[in-house]
Design a protein. Structure first.
Length: 243
């Protein structure tokens, strides 16, 4: 590839787990985020959780064992306690606001909402922060069942094709409220989404290929999605060479 990700085919890439993640750039770190920005990714996916004292942070796992060696859950620790953690590559846990401030005017954002249950104050703050840093207009969210109704109409929510076909019957259906999100998008599903003006995003993540029942390679998955017509891809950066 060239130095930047932007391809001749107008494919737009979303950097999974906070940016370009490798042995020197841990997930959800500023280093990984900066690398995604420098490479020209369209969007970065960040994992959002809520601390014991209600602080929004970007962290994938339920606990801090991986990277930080602390076997405590996010919800059991205060922000002050979490600030005392240092990762094995010297990184610190980041507030969501810190990440969004770095994204402002430079890269768009996909929020992976990992907050358990219904937390209205936290959900309000997510929307407020996206708007504050000029990211609300294009932001995407991987949602939860508990938060779906709250976020509907406030941010584009991920859906399966079955969920979309159910949502289209809502009185308040608006295609701008949703996007089709999957690693296995069939031509008929892609065409249905396009006919209904719904955005389509393919997912190609390493965890899927660790499953024993996965029959195809990442490159084969990407080729199939491209052939169907998908132009937005959420990927782990290891798959950059296939774009």
């Amino acid at each position: 590839m060239s130095q930047t990700i932007k391809s001749e085919n107008d494919l737009e890439l979303i950097a999974h787990r906070g940016g370009v993640v490798n042995s020197q750039s841990p997930e959800n770190s500023l280093k990984a985020l900066e690398e995604a920005i420098n490479k020209g990714y369209y969007m970065v996916e960040v994992d959002v959780r809520l601390t014991k004292d209600g602080t929004l942070i970007t962290h994938h796992d339920k606990n801090f064992t991986r990277y930080y060696g602390e076997d405590k859950s996010v919800t059991a620790m205060t922000w002050e306690e979490i600030q005392g953690l240092t990762g094995d590559l010297g990184q610190k846990v980041l507030k969501l606001e810190t990440v969004l401030a770095h994204c402002e005017g430079r890269i768009q954002v996909m929020i992976d909402n990992k907050i358990q249950g219904f937390e209205k104050e936290a959900f309000d703050e997510i929307i407020n922060l996206l708007d504050r840093y000029g990211l609300g207009g294009e932001a995407l969210m991987i949602g939860t069942e508990a938060s779906t109704e709250y976020f509907t109409g406030k941010i584009k929510l991920s859906c399966s094709i079955d969920q979309l076909k159910e949502n289209v019957n809502r009185n308040d259906f608006n295609p701008d409220n949703y996007y089709l999100f999957s690693g296995t998008i069939q031509a008929e599903d892609f065409n249905w989404a396009k006919e209904h003006s719904v955005m389509v995003v393919g997912a190609v993540n390493t965890w899927a290929y660790a499953q024993k029942n996965k029959k195809e390679t990442p490159e084969e998955t990407i080729d199939k999605l491209k052939q169907v017509g998908v132009t937005y891809f959420q990927i782990d950066s290891i798959y950059e060479p296939f774009f």
